[in-house]
Design a protein around this ligand. Structure first.
Ligand code: WTA
Length: 635
C-alpha cells in the first residue's frame, strides 16, 4: 500500500515531491495497486492545455462499478455500503450492504437496458436524496450510459435546459420528495419540464411519498414493478478510460449552465485516493457527507470515492433543521459517525442556535470534520472546532470545484497542522500557481493573485458537453498553459493557501454557485423591468446573499414595489430555483455605466456591502450622478 495512506507531515512532503517530479510514475503506481482493470493503459498521460486536451490512462479498460461494488463482495459483502437515514427520524434507517447494492444496481441497470438505454446515451436523474439516487447513477455507470444528475431543488425551466443541452433520452424521478415538514411535487416539475424536451422517451418514477400523480401513457413507468421483474445480474459494460462517466452542470458567469464532462479512469483514481487521505478513512469507519448527490461533492464524496474504498457512506434525505436543529448531531450519535463533511453555511445556521442542542448528543465518535463549498469564516471555524470537534477532531477546509472532480487543496487530518480559514496545502499531485494581473506567476510566499493549476491531475473535467470552445475560453485562455479556477487566493509565509473568493461574476450563496447573468435574464423577463444588475453582499448565514439593482421601464410605475419584488423573486424561483432568490431588491433610476455602456458592478458591489468609502473614481462614468442616488436609497 505504498503512498496510499499518508501518515505524517514529512511523508506528505516526500510523497508530494514525488508526485510532482514524476506525475506519470506516481499515478501509475496508485492506479496499478488499488484498482481492478480489464486491461491496463498504454500511456499514463497525454496533455496539451492549449487545445485543451487531457487524457489519463489511455487504452485502459474498466468499469467503475466493478471497482466500487463487485470487488468488495468477497471481503465486504455483508458490510454496509450505503446507510440511508430518512427525513423523518421515526422512520427506520436502512443498511444497504455491498451485496444488496450489487443486486440493486444490477436490477436497475437491466431496467435501463430494457427501456432502450445503451452505452453513451444520456440519462437525466432528478431524484431526491434516497437510495435510488445513488443506485440510478451506479446503474448508468454499469452499462456505460452517461448520467446527468440534476439537483432536485431546481425548477422545471432549469431542468429542461439541462435535459435539452445533453439530449437526455430518459428521466429518472420520484413521485415527490420530503424536505423537513414539506413535500415537493417532483413529478409535477418533471411533467412541466418535459413539455419542452423532445429527446426524452421514457420517464421512470420511483415511489417515495405515495402521492397521487398522473402518469403519461407510453412515456411514464413505475420503477418498482420493473425492478421486481429484472434479473439481479448484469454484466458490466467494459469502458475506455476516457469514456464519459457523467455530465454535471455548473453555473457560469455568463450564458447557460456548463455541462462539465468527467471521464472514467482518472476520475475514479483521484476521487478514491483523495477520499482515503483527506478523510483518513479506515476500515469500519462510518463516513457522512451532508451534500446532495445533485452536486459534485455528492458525486465524488458520497458515491464514487467512498464506495471505491469499500467504505460505509451515510445518505441523508432530510435537512439540518428538522424536526429540530439537533438533527445532524442526533445522526452522528445514532450511527457513530467518524468523518463528517458539511458546508460553512450549515455550520453558521447551526451555530446560530447556540450550543445547547449540540451538547445534548454524544459526538465522541468523530475523528475528522470537513468543510466545503465556500470560504469558512473564522467564527464558524471556531464554533465547529470547539463545539462539534471538541478541539480534538481536525477540520479539513477542502477547496475544489465541479470542474476539478476532487479535492485540490486541503489539510490532511492529523498530518497537516490546520489554520482557521486556510485550506492549507495542495493535495498530492496538485501544482497550484498564483498569477498577477500581468499574467506573471508570483513566486515565493506572502503573495496573492489568481489561483491557477499548472499541471493536469487525473479528475480534471475534459470538456463542456457540446461546447469545447467554451471550455477552452473559460478555463485555459486567461493565462497560457494554465487551468484558471476563477478564484483568488493568497499564500502565507509558510506556503499555506487561503481562498479569498471568486474573481468573476459567480456568486456563492449558501455554497451554491450562481451566475449573475442567468438571474438577470430571469428578472429582465418581467414586463415592468428595464434593466438589472445582481451583486453579492456578506450575509451571516449564507456567506453571500444576492442584492439586485433594478430599473423599471416606466419610472412612474405606479405598482407597489413590494409586489413587484415578490413577482420578480417568483420569476427567479420559476426560472432557476428558490436558491437564486434575491435578499434585497433596490429599484433605482439608473445603473452606473462605463462610457462603453458596461454596468460597473464593482461599484454596486461596494454599495451593497456598505463600503462606500472606497468606491474609487466615479467621475469617468457615463452617468456619475446615479451613484449618489443609489447610495441614498440603499437598503
Ligand atoms: C468555492 C464545490 C473557499 C470556490 C466542491 C470554488 C471554496 C467554488 C471552497 C466551486 C473552500 C469551494 N474555500 N471556497 N474550501 N470550496 N469553494 O463547483 O469559489 O460547487 O471555485 O464545487 O466554490 O463550487 P462547486
Amino acid at each position: 500500500m505504498s503512498n496510499y495512506h499518508i501518515k505524517h507531515l514529512e511523508e506528505y512532503y516526500q510523497v508530494y515531491r514525488k508526485s510532482v517530479r514524476n506525475p506519470e510514475g506516481f499515478w501509475e503506481e496508485i492506479a496499478e495497486e488499488h484498482f481492478i482493470w480489464r486491461k491496463k493503459w498504454d500511456k499514463v498521460l497525454e496533455w496539451d492545455f492549449s487545445k485543451p486536451e487531457i487524457k489519463w490512462f489511455q487504452g485502459a479498460k474498466l468499469n467503475i462499478t466493478e471497482n466500487c461494488i463487485d470487488r468488495h463482495l468477497a471481503t465486504r459483502g455483508d458490510k454496509t455500503a450505503i446507510l440511508f437515514e430518512p427525513n423523518n427520524p421515526d422512520e427506520p434507517s436502512e443498511h444497504i450492504t455491498y451485496k444488496d447494492l450489487y443486486h440493486r444496481v444490477n436490477k436497475f441497470a437491466n431496467v435501463l437496458k430494457e427501456n432502450g438505454i445503451q452505452k453513451g446515451d444520456r440519462v437525466c436523474i432528478y431524484v431526491p436524496m434516497i437510495p435510488e439516487l445513488a443506485i440510478a447513477t451506479l446503474a448508468c455507470a454499469r452499462i456505460g450510459a452517461i448520467h446527468s444528475v440534476v439537483f432536485a431543488g431546481f425548477s422545471a425551466t432549469a431542468l429542461s435546459t439541462r435535459i435539452n443541452d445533453s439530449d437526455c433520452k430518459m428521466v429518472i424521478t420520484a413521485d415527490g420528495s420530503y424536505r423537513g415538514k414539506k413535500t415537493i411535487d417532483l413529478k409535477g416539475i418533471v411533467d412541466e419540464a418535459l413539455e419542452n424536451c423532445s429527446s426524452v422517451k421514457t420517464v421512470l418514477v420511483t415511489k417515495r411519498i405515495n402521492s397521487d400523480i398522473s402518469m403519461k401513457e407510453g412515456r411514464d413507468k413505475w420503477l418498482q414493478p420493473l425492478l421486481d421483474n429484472a434479473s439481479n445480474q448484469c454484466k458490466a459494460e467494459i469502458m475506455d478510460a476516457e469514456d464519459p462517466l457523467f455530465i454535471l452542470y455548473t453555473s457560469g458567469s455568463t450564458g447557460k449552465p456548463k455541462g462539465m464532462v468527467h471521464t472514467t479512469a482518472g476520475y475514479m483514481v483521484y476521487t478514491a485516493y483523495t477520499f482515503k487521505n483527506a478523510f483518513q478513512y479506515r476500515e469500519n469507519d462510518v463516513y457522512w457527507c451532508t451534500a446532495d448527490i445533485g452536486w459534485i461533492t455528492g458525486h465524488s464524496y458520497i458515491v464514487y470515492g467512498p464506495l471505491a474504498n469499500g467504505a460505509t457512506t451515510v445518505l441523508f434525505e432530510g435537512v439540518p433543521s428538522y424536526p429540530d436543529f439537533g438533527r445532524f448531531w442526533q445522526i452522528i450519535e445514532k450511527h457513530k459517525v467518524n468523518q463528517f463533511y458539511t458546508a460553512p453555511t450549515a455550520i453558521r445556521a447551526l451555530a446560530k442556535q447556540g450550543t445547547e442542542l449540540v451538547d445534548n448528543y454524544d459526538l465522541s465518535s468523530l475523528k475528522v470534520l470537513g468543510s466545503v463549498g465556500e470560504p469558512i469564516n473564522e467564527e464558524a471555524w471556531h464554533w465547529y472546532n470547539d463545539n462539534v470537534g471538541k478541539k480534538k477532531s481536525p477540520i479539513i477546509d477542502t477547496w475544489w470545484q465541479t470542474e476539478t472532480g476532487g479535492i485540490m487543496i486541503t489539510p490532511i487530518p492529523y498530518v497537516t497542522p490546520t489554520k482557521p480559514t486556510y485550506a492549507t496545502l495542495p493535495f498530492i499531485g496538485i501544482q497550484p500557481a498564483l498569477i498577477d494581473e500581468n499574467g506573471e506567476e508570483l513566486k515565493g510566499n506572502q503573495v496573492d493573485g489568481r489561483l491557477c493549476i499548472k499541471f493536469p491531475w487525473p479528475s480534471i473535467a475534459r470538456t463542456i458537453w457540446g461546447n469545447h470552445e467554451r471550455y477552452k475560453d473559460t478555463y485555459f485562455s486567461a493565462f497560457e498553459n494554465m487551468y484558471f479556477t476563477g478564484d483568488g487566493a493568497l499564500r502565507d509565509e509558510v506556503g499555506y493557501y487561503r481562498i479569498t473568493g471568486r474573481v468573476d461574476d459567480v456568486i456563492i450563496v449558501s455554497g451554491h454557485n450562481l451566475g449573475t447573468a442567468p438571474i438577470e435574464d430571469a428578472i429582465n423577463e418581467h414586463p415592468a423591468v428595464a434593466e438589472s444588475a445582481i451583486v453579492g453582499f456578506p450575509h451571516d448565514i449564507k456567506g453571500s446573499a444576492l442584492y439586485g439593482y433594478i430599473t423599471l421601464k416606466d419610472v412612474g410605475e405606479s405598482r407597489n414595489h413590494q409586489n413587484l419584488s415578490h413577482e420578480i423573486n417568483q420569476l427567479i424561483a420559476d426560472r432557476i430555483g428558490p436558491i437564486a432568490k434575491l435578499d434585497k431588491i433596490q429599484f433605482t433610476l439608473g445603473l452606473p455605466k462605463t462610457r462603453s455602456g458596461k454596468i460597473m458592478r464593482r461599484i454596486l458591489r461596494k454599495i451593497a456591502s456598505n463600503e462606500m468609502e472606497n468606491l474609487g473614481d466615479v467621475s469617468t462614468l457615463l452617468n456619475p450622478e446615479c451613484v449618489q442616488n443609489i447610495i441614498d436609497n440603499r437598503l
